[in-house]
Ligand binder design. Structure first.
Ligand code: AMP
Length: 274
């Protein structure tokens, strides 16, 4: 992969890169479509990265429909699918990791210890292997996006990060490979997340207090599902620190992580108060 990337760069071709864990859906495809338009060559990786999963998490059962992914990628004009094995990526004696302090210790970082260390490290490795000019990430994983941006800036990686909006199902559910875990009834319950976010967004826009917004959102989720809520927060979109008050014209991120059955789902909305 490195040799191919070097050759492409020598030929003056720009490399657009979309890292994924596979089980592709329209959210992934939207990243590819944009990357295809904006670069000479489109490279996608599929790698279910073991170091970003906790010991009790879903690494083993994470969906891996490789053949289906391959044909979807081909249809989107992906030029190269980079699909390494875990043993190639982490050879015997592997011991180097990237930690992005601060941003990694909030929100999901508190519930998934080590997760963002695994993410930052594997993205760093993938950048070194694929050598992209531009890499595309979804706002669906908002915290991940901020952490990658920080890492690229702090370590002078010279990769431009472009962010893409969340793609949702027609009824509002944010697309996610983990939606495959949901049963028919859980799928209906999962709709409470985007409903709560939409309600939160109107309340913030209208100037409601943060505790009122959060308790209303929690009520919606509890009323419409058997969810276990990890967190519902309103934070500064840059620092991810809790906001106490939203000033008129101020921007915040409403963000949540909720378990529906065996699926841990995350979603968020950026909101500007009027
Ligand atoms: P994953 O395969 O879940 O690691 O995701 C790979 C990339 O696709 C990440 O940059 C995600 O943020 C992005 N992504 C996943 N779901 C969505 C979505 N519903 N809308 C936009 N981007 C997404």
């Amino acid at each position: 992969m490195q040799k191919v990337a070097d050759k492409l760069r020598e030929e003056g071709k720009s490399i657009g890169f979309v890292p994924t864990m596979g089980a592709l859906h329209q959210g992934h495809l939207s990243l590819m479509q944009r990357a295809k338009k904006e670069n000479d060559v489109l490279i996608m990786s599929i790698f279910v990265n073991p170091t970003q999963f906790g010991p009790e998490e879903d690494y083993r059962r994470y969906p891996r429909p490789l053949e289906k992914d391959r044909s979807l990628a081909q249809r989107e004009g992906v030029d190269i699918i980079f699909c390494p094995s875990a043993s190639e990526m982490y050879k015997k004696g592997y011991s180097t990791y990237v930690e992005v302090e601060g941003l990694s210790n909030r929100l999901c970082g508190l519930f998934r210890p080590g997760h963002f260390k695994g993410v930052a490290s594997v993205v760093c490795k993938l950048f070194n292997i694929v050598k992209p000019d531009v890499a595309y990430f979804g706002q669906k994983d908002y915290q991940q996006l901020k952490i990658i941006r920080r890492m690229v800036e702090d370590l002078d990686m010279g990769v431009e990060i472009r962010e893409c909006p969340i793609v949702r199902e027609p009824d509002g559910l944010a697309m996610s490979s983990r939606n495959y875990y949901l049963s028919f009834d859980e799928r209906k319950e999962a709709l409470s997340l985007s409903k709560a976010l939409k309600c939160g967004r109107s309340m913030v826009k209208a100037g409601s207090s943060i505790p009122d917004v959060i308790s209303k959102m929690e009520r919606i989720i509890r009323r419409e599902s058997h969810a276990k809520v990890d967190y519902i927060k309103i934070v500064d979109p840059e620092t991810l620190v809790d906001v106490e008050k939203v000033k008129p014209g101020g921007k915040v991120l409403i963000v949540l992580a909720v378990w529906i059955g065996k699926a841990r789902l995350i979603d968020n909305m950026l909101v500007k108060r009027m």
